[in-house]
Write a new protein. Structure first.
Length: 381
């Protein structure tokens, strides 16, 4: 069965071990999780409650409610210069948008090009019957056009880009995006642009591929309300696509999810219209944590760490003769600190770990202390 062939991520076994240790009474400091620690803003929660009281608890249109699609398109045009209209938008969870985008652009045996390292796209690529093909980023995780060109074959159909990046926090520059789009044009590739963290950019502009002329007609922009409004449990996001692909995306929604619950869509609409102060508040708190954690980690001997320009992760390199899975397992066992093995994000993630600054500063300080203790102990062995 195809599902049985999907590779398992080291993250899943790590999470299982965290649950096991917590059940035995261990106090695990979890800096592995990729979600804001803030509550969804009260106004968004109240909007959902009002919508339920008004009877918005039944089916809605598969493409999404028109007023929400209009608001999404207006924000993308205003903030990121993406020339979208409501008809281009399909409302669905961000993860489903990734799956639907792959299902709409590949046949079994086709190849999907993935930056290395990057988010966990390998498994949804396998789920649709396509083959993930990694192309290496440079040492500083910048885009390497030559490496992408060398990875392309006659079966290549899709290029996935993500900016800001999970796990590195790096932003693609305008020149990098143009280089990627030029290659996509030359080889007739569809570009799936995962922009989940576009509201969490601390330095430099976020360049949306769909905003550039080179991206016209070939870019599917994937967005999410999970990080923007701390709505991870609501499972709400969107895709913006050219007409032919948009029609396919709607079919996927119709025959899987049916629709995003209308009361959730009404809550998202309230957020887009009135919760911008919360977006700014979240971003500035994450900026403060980023700066604090970066100052702590760069002082730890045996770590190389770069300051991320976006998202809420750092991806340090360590210098010990052990795999990233062993590293994170030992840190969990010996220091009760949960981190994510770098190899979860592709072969070039080996020798790294991901640490999230989605916890209060006091927890980040404690996490850095435990990490330093482990590194000094492990080095001394």
């Amino acid at each position: 069965m195809r599902v049985d062939e999907i590779s398992e991520s080291p993250i899943l076994s790590l999470i299982d071990r965290i649950f096991e240790q917590r059940q035995r009474g261990a106090t695990i400091l979890g800096l592995h999780i990729g979600e804001p620690d803030f509550d969804t803003p009260a106004g968004i929660r109240a909007a959902a409650a009002r919508a339920m009281d008004e009877g918005l608890t039944h089916y809605g249109p598969a493409q999404g409610m028109l007023d929400l699609r209009e608001a999404i398109a207006a924000r993308l045009h205003r903030v990121h210069a993406i020339p979208a209209t409501a008809s281009d938008v399909v409302v669905m969870p961000g993860k489903l948008a990734i799956y639907a985008g792959l299902l709409s652009t590949t046949d079994p045996g086709d190849e999907v090009l993935l930056p290395d390292p990057t988010y966990l796209f390998e498994q949804p690529v396998q789920l649709v019957g396509a083959r993930p093909v990694y192309f290496p980023l440079r040492e500083n995780f910048s885009f390497d056009p030559k490496a992408l060109e060398e990875a392309i074959t006659p079966r290549s159909r899709v290029l996935i880009l993500t900016s800001p990046s999970n796990p590195t926090g790096r932003l693609l520059s305008r020149d990098e995006v143009r280089d990627a789009l030029r290659i996509a044009q030359d080889h007739d590739l569809t570009v799936l642009s995962d922009e989940t963290y576009e509201s969490l950019v601390y330095e430099g502009p976020h360049v949306a591929p769909a905003s550039l002329p080179e991206g016209a007609g070939r870019v599917v922009t994937i967005g999410s309300f999970s990080k923007m409004f701390a709505m991870t449990g609501w499972r709400a996001g969107y895709a913006v696509a050219p007409p032919a692909l948009r029609t396919r995306l709607v079919k996927v929604v119709e025959h899987t999810l049916t629709c995003v619950p209308p009361f959730i869509q009404r809550a998202c609409l309230w957020g887009l219209e009135k919760a911008e102060p919360d977006v700014v508040r979240f971003r500035e708190e994450f900026r403060r944590r980023r700066d604090g954690l970066f100052d702590l980690l760069r002082q730890i001997p045996g770590l190389d760490v770069a300051r991320p320009a976006g998202a809420f992760y750092m991806f340090p390199r360590y210098h010990l003769p052990m795999s990233s899975v062993e590293f994170c397992n030992r840190v969990l066992d010996e220091e009760q600190l949960a981190l994510v093995p770098g190899v979860s994000f592709g072969p070039r993630g080996e020798g790294h770990f991901r640490i999230s600054f989605t916890a209060p500063m006091a927890s980040l300080e404690e996490g850095a202390r435990r990490l330093q203790h482990f590194l000094s102990h492990a080095t001394a062995k």
